[in-house]
Design a protein around this ligand. Sequence first.
Ligand code: HEM
Length: 325
Amino acid sequence: MTDASGDRVPIEAQSVLAPLTRSAIFLVVTIREGTAAADIARDAVTGVSDLVKSVGFRDLDARLSCVVGIGAAAWPLLTSQPMPAQLRPFTPIGGPVHTAVSTPGDLFFHIRADRFDLCFEFERLLLSALDGAVDVADEVTGFRYFDARDLLGFVDGTANPVGSELVGDVIVGDEDAPYRGGSYVTVQRYVHDMAAWRALSSEQQEAIMGRTKADNVELDDAPAGTQSAHKTLATITDPDGTEHGILRDNMPFGQPGAGEFGTYFTGYARSPQTIDRMLLRMFVGFPAGAYDRLLDFSTPLTGSTYFVPSLPVLEGLAVEAPDLT
Ligand code: HEM
């Protein structure tokens, strides 16, 4: 496999680039103190591929996969290998009105399949393998909503990179040679104020998103220096014109009876700085103050960042246990 610049990357990346599925579970856990908990957590994460086989083989058409992300605080508990070059805890971003919060998370599991029962069964067995070693910090069940719409009613994911751009945007290359084939993932659980959103006209909603609602056509950018749409604030371009994309697999979740309507944001990138730059433009605004109006209707309740090692690195953790005594 090669990226856009022709760099070779190992083909054994985790299933980061898996196609969108109908169901997903987003599971964030913290590892308890002590060597015994770290040992159990290490065994469980290195056994994830086998567990995917055990559960996924029961219906191969349902394409079960699980990506494992490791947070900055957990890395030294699991391995004596050096930290991936850009692995840091998620830093909160305070804007004039809204804040991107940072919340606890040592391990992130992105469980995807076209059948919810496979996701459920996989999570059940995974948590039983982690029993006694972790506490669940966040657990969200996502579902695909009509033609890949979020609960705000817009098609979500259209501008994801495809083809040769995909690997170049998402997978670590020679800039961090020991961790080639890895990726970084940032997740945030957003809840929406649906009453306030529905009080807007479709035209107002479209101006906030930067796309038409019914047929998903991109709108022109607003003139420089005025209020930008979400799609413009989330576009990162260097002064030399290089664009930095990310791979999103946002999913709706919710519980209408409890008044909960949300979007679980999941962004994979070759560098976590790309997502930090997007968040800065969204929360602080560009120009400063002209923040993303999507945030007036969407509040992040969580935020955390992880490194997603390639499969050989993940499985190698089993033989690289650090001395924690
Ligand atoms: C574009 C929804 C949060 C990054 C979009 C689009 C929608 C959308 C509907 C336009 C269609 C598409 O290209 O997918 C949402 C919702 C969010 C959310 C409902 C949370 C409540 C975020 C966050 C980031 C982000 C936190 C990054 C940190 C992007 C990017 C694009 C995009 C990169 C594509 C821009 C382009 O090149 O056109 N989002 N988004 N989004 N969003 Fe979001």
